[in-house]
Design a protein around this ligand. Structure first.
Ligand SMILES: [Zn+2]
Length: 67
């Protein structure tokens, strides 16, 4: 179950959002003030591209010598 980090634009409070499915449309709402003015924060895991290993592997393969 992926966990996304958000922060609220209204009260500036960070919070985590549990998502049942990566394909599910989730309406993020601030648990502190109920505002919908929230922004998704970039986590260390997503910045490293850990959830996108397949694209990294394919790009690495294209750089490999074919001889
Ligand atoms: Zn808030």
């Amino acid at each position: 179950m992926p966990i996304y980090e958000y922060h609220c634009d209204d009260c500036k409070e960070p919070f985590d959002l549990f998502v049942r499915s990566v394909n599910a449309a989730v309406k993020a709402v601030c648990p502190q003030c109920g505002s919908e003015h929230v922004e998704k924060a970039v986590t260390a895991a997503s910045a490293l591209g850990l959830g996108n290993a397949s694209s990294f592997a394919s790009s690495a393969a294209s750089c490999a010598p074919t001889g």
